[in-house]
Write a protein that binds this ligand. Structure first.
Ligand SMILES: [Zn+2]
Length: 136
């Protein structure tokens, strides 16, 4: 989902959450947007470029599968674990879940999903592919 929609829907949802969570909605709102920084980091590492406009085009046009660390089940589990110790992480987790719901809702419109949902699953597949490639 494009960043402007994350900002719009995040703002609307946080507006309604304000009576429940007070100023902590700022953490939820920022987390629901800033999680997408992993797209840009992925682009910088893989394309060796800081051009944010090209990074945006890369993810809009790309049809390959990639792993985005903040968009994985492991990141959710880590935040869930950390939220046991400090409420800040609970609100970050809330924002990330909100972000995931918006991403998943948006991506139901497409045939393919570019990002892989689990780091462990991704690495296991990669190791397995290498193993089978070596047997041929
Ligand atoms: Zn996202």
């Amino acid at each position: 989902m494009l960043i402007q929609y994350h900002i719009l829907f995040g703002f609307i949802i946080c507006f309604f959450l304000y009576p429940v969570y007070g100023t902590n909605i700022v953490i939820i709102f920022l987390a629901s947007i800033l999680i997408d920084v992993d797209h840009y980091i992925f682009y910088i590492v893989n394309q060796k470029s800081f051009n944010i406009k090209k990074a945006h085009e890369f993810f809009v046009l790309s049809e390959s599968t990639f792993i985005l660390p903040f968009h994985t089940a492991e990141f959710l589990v880590a935040l869930l674990f950390l939220s046991l110790f400090h409420s800040f992480f609970f609100f970050v987790l809330f924002g990330v879940v909100l972000h995931f719901i918006l991403d998943i809702t948006d991506e139901t419109r497409f045939d393919y999903i570019g990002r892989f949902p689990s780091l462990i699953w991704y690495l296991a597949r990669k190791v397995n592919k290498e193993k089978f490639k070596n047997k041929e």
